[in-house]
Ligand binder design. Structure first.
Ligand code: BTN
Length: 251
């Protein structure tokens, strides 16, 4: 696995459709370095998971994407960079909010006391069985106070009692944590996966999941190197879920 230094170049945009889309557009330019970050103070067509819209008030929250070219990872291990990103955000937030419970909700949401503060969107390009390009987008709620109603209600740093801070300052504080997580991944992927599992939302607890139309109560066991979530149902039967196959329901 090989990763660039994230954020050695940062492009600040007043507005764009989506930082993921903008970075994809410029990723082929010779002056777009590996590891480049694009931050937008406003996104007019922010993208969320599963085709959802990611919306927030301009200048309030942090919305950015970074580029990883040729990470030398086989496509089946695409989960590792996603786990590293989630852990980087986790470490940043745990330091910032030492009295709160920060957790990663598989595969890539970050929760504070059960409320969603951060989401990620990974868009990959493959070449044969290798990943050739990854664009990782992060939406981190910083100064917002009003969010639409969602299954896991949204929170922000300000709603958690932090002072108002410009999103671009939060980016500069977050980047070292992202780089540290990618360093760990490079050195010891097993260790990184273990660290991810340690802070997994619902680990060894019973939670409700929705799979198509059925709702089941399950116990979360762990996530493996392919990003598969291992669960046990009420009858003791082992279940495996791939990314995007199930939804968690709040208690
Ligand atoms: C989710 O649904 O939880 C994922 C949200 C990802 C949002 C970020 S904001 C920056 C980047 N640009 C986008 O259009 N989406 C991601």
């Amino acid at each position: 696995m090989q990763f660039p230094i994230i954020g050695s170049s940062v492009l600040y945009l007043e507005s764009c459709d989506s930082t993921n889309t903008e970075l994809a557009r410029i990723s082929g330019n010779p002056d777009t370095m590996n590891g480049s970050v694009v931050l937008a103070f406003e996104q007019t067509a922010g993208k969320g998971q599963r085709g959802n819209i990611w919306k927030n008030e301009p200048h309030k929250d942090l919305t950015f994407s970074f580029l990883i070219n040729k990470p030398d990872i086989r496509s089946e291990f695409v989960f590792f960079p996603l786990a590293a990103t989630a852990l980087g955000v986790y470490h940043f937030l745990s330091k910032r909010l030492p009295l709160k419970k920060v957790e990663i909700k598989w595969p890539n949401d970050v929760l504070v006391n059960g409320n969603k503060i951060c989401g990620m969107l990974l868009e990959n390009t493959f070449s044969g069985n290798q990943i050739s390009k990854m664009i990782i987008g992060i939406g981190l709620n910083v100064n917002g106070k009003n969010y639409p109603d969602t299954r896991f209600p949204a929170t922000s740093l300000v709603l958690e009692g932090e002072p108002e801070t410009p999103p671009e300052d939060i980016l500069l504080q977050l980047i070292p944590h992202l780089n540290a997580a990618f360093d760990k991944l490079r050195e010891n992927p097993g260790f990184l996966l273990n660290a991810y599992n340690q802070v997994l939302f619902g680990k060894y607890h019973d939670v409700s999941i929705q799979e198509q139309d059925s709702i089941t109560r399950v116990r979360i066991e762990r996530v493996d190197s392919k990003g598969i979530l291992h669960l046990i149902n009420q009858d003791g039967k082992k279940i495996e879920a791939g990314m995007g196959e199930i939804k968690f329901l709040p208690d």
